[in-house]
Write a protein that binds this ligand. Structure first.
Ligand SMILES: [Zn+2]
Ligand SMILES: [Zn+2]
Length: 189
């Protein structure tokens, strides 16, 4: 059964917006991580643009079946400090993402959508507990055994806009045209 997307009251949007203005600099993080075997290592610096769990069908292949927990970071703060990942891009999609993974142990480290962000798999961080997912996306593909925590905003696909403010954007304000765009930009994380 599909969980209804959460519509946020306007007052909450406004409060979130104000909080974001104050907190922007304090949210900057320096994160380190790498693959299971250690051949590939990275550092990511900047303000996380989204922390989420993705229930999409594509992510289920990568995680083994669970939702995929990720954070989106600005690409200019991300660099590999050891090794180089292999890359994979599907050639049958209009806007495919590029997936980067360790060629030795196969760990999927990051995804690069065709937009300025790097999507880091939280399981590859040295300290995964640093990141708490804030929203659930692509619940349209959710399996019966997936869990969305009580009170977590859930979206059938994506919130209308990316970024830290995305939790304040009501999916109810997404028109049919925007929904279609979201559908096209699937296979995001
Ligand atoms: Zn590895
Ligand atoms: Zn996904």
């Amino acid at each position: 059964m599909e969980k209804k997307p959460v519509a946020f009251p306007f007052c909450l949007q406004e409060r979130h917006h104000r909080l974001k203005l104050v907190a922007t600099r304090e949210n900057a993080m320096k994160l380190e991580g790498g693959c299971y075997c250690g051949a590939v290592r990275y550092v990511a610096e900047g303000e996380p643009m989204m922390k989420a769990q993705c229930h999409c069908r594509e992510c289920q292949y990568i995680t083994g079946g669970s939702p995929n927990v990720f954070l989106a970071m600005p690409p200019d703060g991300f660099k590999y400090t050891k090794g180089a990942p292999k890359q994979f891009t599907r050639n049958d999609l209009e806007k495919p993402v590029t997936r980067e993974f360790c060629g030795e142990c196969g760990t999927h480290v990051v995804t690069r959508p065709q937009r300025p962000l790097v999507v880091i798999k939280v399981g590859t961080l040295d300290e995964p507990a640093q990141i708490m997912p804030q929203i659930a996306i692509y619940t349209i593909d959710k399996q019966p055994f997936h869990h969305v925590p009580e009170g977590m905003p859930a979206f059938e696909r994506l919130p209308r806009r990316q970024g830290a403010a995305s939790v304040s954007i009501s999916i109810a304000r997404t028109g049919p045209a925007a929904l279609q765009r979201l559908t096209i930009s699937r296979r995001y994380s």
